[in-house]
Ligand binder design. Structure first.
Ligand code: ADP
Ligand code: MG
Length: 685
């Protein structure tokens, strides 16, 4: 149970003063649903304001506070902004410019002839000085209410900075004094302050390195939680497995395993032979052949008389794995079954029976395969595909399932820079498939401006005429009211207008069977163009699809682009990827797209991704079931992982049960960062 001292921090932001229905949405969007989220909501910058008496060219570009008197309203027409002309005390003019449909409220805010104190950025517009949307408009006697230094927070539609500051102040008032969990010597060398002091400092002008301490807390909790999982795993009994190879020998593979695949298989076999359960991550770029490596581990179990389970993140993937494994195992006496949330009634009952009596050797499915009522006769190997889609806690649930802990193989195509592997998969051993099967053609990538979209469609027409298939990916748009779905539907409609029913569409909100039937038809080459939102991101394998078109590619992160591009280049024909970009590009977006054009190497892309983001989210973590790193930036994780790992290890060496005073404090840190799955292991273990 969460320590009581943390309760105020886990209170919902909904319950703060002044938060009504209107704020719920922007708070949700910013992922500020709990008080603690607000505490960690760091200003993106500090705005410096300057008090001036008169307007002066010299201040253009600065944010000024000045007293003015509105003298005149001007509008050019329905589409042009409202300009409020105002004068300073010497009669110099400034135009206060308001965009937007409703001219009523600026007029109400700035009645003619009434002196007001305003704040905003001074600009030049033609011959005039102007201020677009003053950030403050107050009566002159309130002028001291405008801060000379103000934290500016990341905001969302409907939640402005002033309101955000109020919410953060309320949250700060709720912050308790937490006991110290950082090793005292560590704290002293860095001259870090207490948790509470640091949280307060984060929102005050002398923030110094408070954010480093807070980032350290998160990394420390992360490493500690991983170590607890690891330690717990060591106390568990698994099933030593040594397959005799009889089933694997019967497979008729049309190709040779790559050296990297063979090495990984050997590493896994080494683990399986131990009585301590395996806890291994198989990392390999898209198309590197992870599935086959996993199959070898599953077959080892079956050869030794045990069962295996294969967990996929989506229905589509589960079915695809089931079909392709059935093909690979044609003629081999292995009984495969599939179970997803959709299977009901008799079919489901039969599968559950087969699992219990052991007549099913390998079960493939979505998370349904590890639900309450699913009992295995003797599960010995569990594989998780695309593991970044699952959280550590889900992973744990899975291994808690059997009497004997099954060996666990987690797979991911998310390339993680080496320096960060420890922070992401701290508790696992890692095998890397660092080689693609021979004969793969590299994918040619080009970047095309949005204004040339009709050329892209013409190219698509030629591609289809030549017998090819293609993906057309539409972005997730979360800034605008228009949903990603609507955008994809529009695109599908416009392509259907030209290509008729050769165009199909899948999206996340579609019902399972519906989605499957579209995927099926795409796989059977009845559909030529598959319009999709990012649901196709993971794992889908259609070798004849050799053209990937990604619309508004600059909205995607590098890792995502790389994953999407990995859907093509799976057959023997040359594949292409077209990245359609918006007309205006930020510098980093430009750098991302350029990098995509230059390389197909996932690990290089991951390293660059880390470099390009000063702050923000770590690759892949956002989509996982875990909280991921929310406080620490990738750069901070990179810098702090070493000392935080040592610190956590030292603590566990001295106090493995986290019973000491500091151990208790560390438990609080685990709960604070929602890595308490580590604590539950302590209790039960
Ligand atoms: P991923 O690592 O992305 O999951 P898959 O396991 O889906 O990759 O493999 C991609 C494709 O490569 C599959 O069609 C698979 O049959 C094929 N493949 C796997 N191993 C080899 C190999 N050694 N040589 C040639 N093709 C292979
Ligand atoms: Mg795969």
């Amino acid at each position: 149970m969460r320590p009581e001292i943390l309760n105020p921090l886990f209170g919902e932001t909904q319950s703060l003063k002044g938060v009504g229905k209107v704020l719920a949405k922007p708070l949700e969007k910013l992922r500020l649903t709990r008080v603690k989220d607000l505490l960690y909501h760091q200003p993106s910058y500090w705005m410096h304001r300057k008090r001036v008496d008169v307007l002066d060219e010299i201040d253009v570009g600065e944010t000024i506070i000045i007293e003015v008197t509105p003298v005149d309203y001007r509008t050019g027409g329905p589409r042009s902004p409202l300009r409020v002309h105002a004068t300073d005390k010497l009669g110099n003019y400034i135009s206060l410019t308001f965009f937007g449909r409703n001219p009523g409220w600026p007029k109400k805010l700035l009645p003619l002839g009434e002196r007001k104190v305003i704040s905003g950025k001074l600009e030049r517009y033609g011959d005039e000085l102007q201020m677009v949307h003053p950030d403050q408009v107050l009566d002159p006697d309130q002028k001291n209410a405008i801060a000379l230094l103000e934290p500016i927070y990341p905001l969302a539609d409907g939640l402005g900075n002033a309101r955000m500051r109020q919410l953060i102040e309320q949250s700060l008032a709720l912050a308790p004094d937490l006991p110290e969990w950082i090793e005292p010597s560590q704290l002293a060398t860095k001259s870090w302050k207490s948790w509470k002091h640091s949280v307060l400092a984060l929102h005050s002008a002398e923030s110094t390195d408070a954010d480093d301490r807070l980032a350290y807390d998160e990394v420390f909790a992360n490493q500690l939680a991983f170590m607890l999982v690891r330690a717990n795993n060591r106390t568990k009994k698994g099933t030593p497995i040594q397959g005799d190879g009889r089933l694997r020998k019967q497979m008729a593979l049309p190709f040779q395993l790559t050296n990297a695949q063979q090495r990984c298989i050997a590493e896994i076999e080494g683990d399986l032979a131990q009585s301590a359960p395996m806890l291994r991550l198989l990392q390999g770029d898209v198309g590197s052949g992870k599935t086959l490596v996993a199959l070898m581990a599953l077959l080892s179990a079956v050869e030794a008389g045990y069962q295996g389970a294969f967990l996929a993140p989506t229905e589509i993937l589960a079915r695809q794995h089931f079909n392709s494994l059935q093909k690979t195992l044609a003629g081999v006496p292995v009984n495969l079954a599939i179970l997803t949330g959709r299977d009901k009634g008799k079919v489901r009952e039969a599968t559950l029976m087969g699992l219990m009596d052991g007549s099913i050797d390998i079960l493939i499915g979505t998370h349904a395969i590890f639900q309450e009522h699913v009992r295995y006769k003797n599960l010995a190997v569990a594989v998780i595909d695309e593991q970044h889609k699952f959280g550590v806690s889900q992973r744990l649930m899975l291994t808690q399932k059997a009497e004997r802990t099954p060996h666990l193989l987690a797979m991911t195509a998310t390339p993680i820079p080496r320096t960060l592997t420890l922070s992401q998969y701290g508790e696992m051993d890692v095998s890397r498939i660092d080689e693609l099967p021979p004969g793969r053609q590299s994918i040619d990538t080009s970047v095309i401006s949005n204004s040339r979209i009709s050329d892209v469609v013409d190219g698509l027409a030629r591609h289809i005429a030549a017998g090819g298939q293609a993906y057309w990916v539409c972005p997730l748009i979360d800034e605008s009211e228009k949903s990603d779905l609507a955008a994809a539907e529009d695109r599908a409609a416009s392509l259907q207008a030209r290509f008729g029913d050769q165009v199909g569409m899948v999206h996340g909100r579609m019902k399972g069977p519906e989605k499957d039937s579209v995927m099926d038809r795409f796989q059977r080459n009845e559909i030529k163009v598959l319009v999709a939102t990012t649901v196709i991101e993971v794992g889908v394998d259609v070798p004849n699809a050799s053209l990937m078109i990604i619309e508004a590619a600059d909205r995607f992160g590098l890792a995502q682009l790389h994953q999407l591009r990995g859907r093509v280049g799976r057959g023997s024909v040359k594949s292409n990827c077209l990245l359609i970009r918006s007309d205006t590009l930020s510098e980093t977006a430009r750098a991302r797209l350029t990098l995509m054009r230059e390389t197909n190497d996932g690990f290089r892309i991951a390293e660059e991704d880390l470099r390009l983001r000063g702050a923000g989210e770590l690759l892949g973590t956002r989509q996982s079931g875990d909280a991921g790193f929310r406080v620490a930036s990738p750069a901070q994780v990179n810098d702090l992982i070493g000392p935080a790992t040592d610190d956590a290890r030292l603590l566990l060496d001295r106090d493995g049960g986290l019973d000491s005073e500091r151990g208790q404090a560390a438990r609080i840190a685990l709960y604070l960062f929602e890595r308490d799955w580590g604590v539950s292991l302590l209790r039960s273990g």
